[in-house]
Design a protein. Structure first.
Length: 132
């Protein structure tokens, strides 16, 4: 088992710089049992949308395509929940990437409740409670 860092995923998805991206692609496309966690996914979304100014829809589509690779596993989360969470981010900035991944973690763990002060926290399948 091996984990992927944000820098690897960003190089893979952007193809830049070309020399590094080529080396990274050889690993990501050729090694089995690669793991990625929610922190690296959220950070990748942030880097792509801010530094690379990639449109939100493209960020979501690229991450989903990446996660659908058979050798990529989501550490501590059910992959289908992560994909579902990312899809919630696609239509608008209403749901943040971080909140979508917290949602995916909670759903993967079988939680029924999430405590949040965020009015836009996704509630699909969860009860979102705020402080009284």
């Amino acid at each position: 088992m091996a984990f992927l860092d944000t820098s690897f995923v960003v190089r893979y998805l952007t193809g830049t710089p070309e020399a590094e991206a080529s080396q990274v692609a050889a690993i990501i496309d050729g090694v089995s049992g690669l793991q990625i966690d929610g922190v690296a996914l959220a950070e990748t979304a942030y880097v792509l949308s801010t530094l690379y100014q990639m449109p939100r829809e493209d960020v979501v589509d690229n991450l989903i395509e990446f996660l659908q690779k058979s050798n990529i596993q989501t550490h501590g989360m059910v992959k289908s929940r992560v994909l579902q969470g990312l899809l919630m981010c696609r239509p608008s900035a209403r749901v943040s990437f971080a909140d979508a991944l917290i949602w995916a973690s909670a759903r993967s763990a079988g939680a029924d409740i999430v405590y949040s002060l965020d009015q836009h926290f996704p509630s699909d399948g969860l009860e979102v409670r705020q402080a009284p």
